[in-house]
Design a binder for this molecule. Sequence first.
Ligand code: HEM
Length: 194
Amino acid sequence: MNVIESVLRVIHVVNAVLMAWPFYTLVLVNQRARLGPPLGDRADTYLENIIKNRTVPCFVFQATALVTGLAMVLVSGLGIGALLTHPALGVKLLLLLLIGGLLAYVNWGVQPRLDALFAQAGSPVPAETAAQIGRLRLWRKRIASTCLFVVLTNTMLGVQAWVAFPAWLTLVLVAAITLFVWRAFRSLTSYGWA
Ligand code: HEM
């Protein structure tokens, strides 16, 4: 492996670690749910500010994954056609585009609606507004879980980028990732894996 390939690989893997943010967002929002009422106090301002200020870093990490991933394909000498001949690579690209779209949708579609609801709510938050906020937050949480699933699946596919695992093993690993994401969605994952 030459220097360029080595550096690209290190950047790609470190970047993948930094893309674990959806997991920690789920920890954060599950802790907020545990805290309970009142809705619309400083805890919510703090939470919403943290979440919306991660959008630009998330776009940067997605772009880094895209650029370093495609660069690794090119410097491997296989050419861009490897995205078709190596299914893991093609799927990785599609999944990355999917979470790019989801991030854009949350940033420009969901978050402004949440911000507007909080801004107009006053204190205490009326029951109807609280219900709307709850629905939008649940929707955003489901999208964050999808992003976590994609990041973990793309990591698993990265290990088999050049030499594919048997299909059954890939399916077992996807099932394990799904289970983990489900636990992260539902619980505080107090023991790390569960
Ligand atoms: C969410 C986005 C992505 C994540 C989290 C991710 C994660 C990873 C990780 C952790 C590895 C290292 C596996 C290992 O060292 O054995 C890897 C390898 C790889 N990834 Fe990605 N990846 C992403 C997107 C992409 C994209 C879009 C491409 C390009 C189509 C790509 C191409 C590759 C290649 C070629 C390797 C193999 C590197 C090597 O071992 O030589 N990745 N990926």
